[in-house]
Design a binder for this molecule. Structure first.
Ligand code: CUA
Length: 308
């Protein structure tokens, strides 16, 4: 976790991509050594020496020209065939209904599971052992979905859904980023792909389907505040009047390890500083500073902690 590298493949797709890279590096390395070797040899062996006449000038040796045209052509054809094979393996055509719809927003990721109805944010759970069909969309500008260890990059284009396959060979947490500049907080558009055994994934999906817990005491005041203020204009909480889809769904906010698209760990102290002034934590974020007082912040924190 916390590393973004293409050199540690954890899916059949990224293994194939790294293999192609490895073969290409070897072939290109051999060509590089041959070419630089011949140049270095010629420079030393045939350098100009005092009193020597100019060498004989020759041009248009048909056989040599055919050979040095044919060899690069064959190399390029070979690399082309390998590339086409890797592409068809790592990115086959989409089949059937998608398992997952990921929508890029400035600056966070929404994950919808159309088959179960789960809606999550920035923490994308997938079951291990099979390729997940993912449709990628954008709510505003171009973003780029990239989980280096699991799959290739793919741009999210508003109004033009793209497709990739997402697969993990083993359970684990894999870092994802937005890899196309999309505004001031582009760098804080991180997410996690949490790959789980199929039973664990099913349990997670069940837990995410539940409506929000009914709060009591301090937390109930937080909910009242949430409904009274303009929070409901952007956020959704299942089982409450809040149904907006502008910001992340908060129904299971407390189950996430981070918030703000990776900018902070989801702890009470961090949540307090976020609520006090989100613009200070993540300048430019679409959530305004509501200038909450300490009591209001405490009520919100108490409420959000119940959203497991
Ligand atoms: Cu989204 Cu960069």
């Amino acid at each position: 976790m916390d590393t973004l590298t293409s050199l540690n493949p954890q899916s059949p797709q990224t293994h194939a991509i790294l293999n192609l890279w490895g073969i290409s590096v070897v072939i290109l390395g051999i060509i590089f050594l041959i070419v630089t070797g011949i140049i270095a040899y010629s420079l030393m062996r045939y350098r100009w020496r005092e009193g020597e006449p100019d060498p004989e000038q020759v041009s248009g040796n048909k056989r040599v020209e055919m050979i040095w045209t044919a060899i690069p052509l064959l190399i390029v054809i070979f690399l082309f065939v390998l590339t086409a094979r890797t592409m068809s393996f790592s990115d086959p055509a989409p089949a059937g209904e998608p398992d997952l719809i990921v929508i890029g927003h400035q600056w966070w990721w929404e994950a919808r599971y159309p088959k179960s109805g789960v809606i999550a944010a920035n923490e994308i759970h997938i079951p291990t052992g099979r390729a997940i069909s993912v449709v990628l969309d954008s709510a505003d500008v171009l973003h780029e979905f990239w989980v280096a260890e699991l799959t290739r990059k793919m741009t999210t284009v508003p109004g033009h859904p793209n497709h990739i396959w997402l697969q993990a060979e083993r359970p684990g947490v894999f870092l994802g980023v937005c890899s196309e500049f999309c505004g001031t907080q582009h760098a804080w558009m991180r997410f996690e792909v949490v790959a789980q055994d199929p039973q664990e994934f099913a349990a997670w999906e069940q837990s995410q389907l539940a409506a929000a817990a009914t709060p009591t005491g301090e937390a109930a005041k937080g909910l009242a505040l949430f409904e009274k203020m303009s929070c409901v204009n952007c956020h959704a909480i299942k089982g409450s009047p809040a149904q907006a889809r502008v910001g992340p769904d908060l129904t299971h906010f407390a189950s996430r390890k981070q918030f703000g698209s990776g900018i902070m760990d989801n702890t009470e102290v961090n949540l307090r500083s976020w609520l006090r002034d989100p613009q200070n934590v993540k300048p430019g974020v679409k959530m305004p500073n509501f200038k909450l007082d300490d009591e209001q912040v405490s009520q919100f924190v108490a409420y959000f902690e119940t959203l497991k």
